[in-house]
Design a protein around this ligand. Structure first.
Ligand code: S3P
Length: 172
């Protein structure tokens, strides 16, 4: 498989722990292109962890950085896989202008099983699991609206990748 046949970016959205970076990295390898991880781009650019950005400047500041990143991605990136941060679709309403948007839809129970203590510690919005569940339910319709395609991401990695690559080819 060669990304040369396909130029639209692939944008992965979904709740924390839905596998955006994990699937994105395997998808990029499969398509012979590169993965851009939005959280990592923000952390590296501002030389600060997400946790520290939240702690020192607040969530609103972080969301503004995501908006700025969205604009940059629209103008500058092509033929890539982009793993967004779980909250990007809240304020970033132009994700469809970056590329074909796939919502990785995973059951909350599976997300809970996947995230170990270290992964939870990196995500300020997961510190209270009950609040995280409320957030999960609140966000689901936002993800659905933001996406071109909804992927059942409770499936195996290979099934997910297969579905995304097939759908990408059929999206003009
Ligand atoms: C967030 C998700 C995180 C990160 C930040 C906020 C969210 O990214 O951007 O902690 O609001 O859902 P992941 O979805 O990659 O964990």
């Amino acid at each position: 498989m060669d990304f040369g046949f396909y130029c639209n970016n692939i944008v992965l959205i979904g709740f924390m722990g839905s596998g955006k970076t994990y699937i994105g990295s395997h998808l990029a390898q499969e398509l012979h292109c590169f993965l851009l991880d939005c959280d990592t781009l923000i952390e590296q650019t501002y030389n600060s962890s997400i946790t520290d950005i939240f702690k020192h400047y607040g969530e609103k500041h972080f969301r503004n950085l995501e908006l700025k990143l969205q604009q940059w991605l629209i103008g500058n990136i092509k033929s890539s896989v982009i793993a967004t941060g779980g909250g990007m679709p809240l304020l970033c309403h132009s994700l469809k202008n970056i590329g074909t948007v796939f919502f990785l839809d995973v059951d909350f129970e599976i997300i809970k099983q996947r995230l170990n203590a270290a992964q939870t510690a990196k995500r300020p919005l997961l510190s209270d699991i009950n609040k995280a569940y409320t957030l999960y339910n609140y966000r689901k319709p936002i993800y659905i609206k933001a996406a071109h395609h909804i992927i059942n991401a409770n499936q195996t990695r290979d099934q997910i990748i297969n579905e995304i690559t097939t759908l990408s080819r059929s999206t003009p």
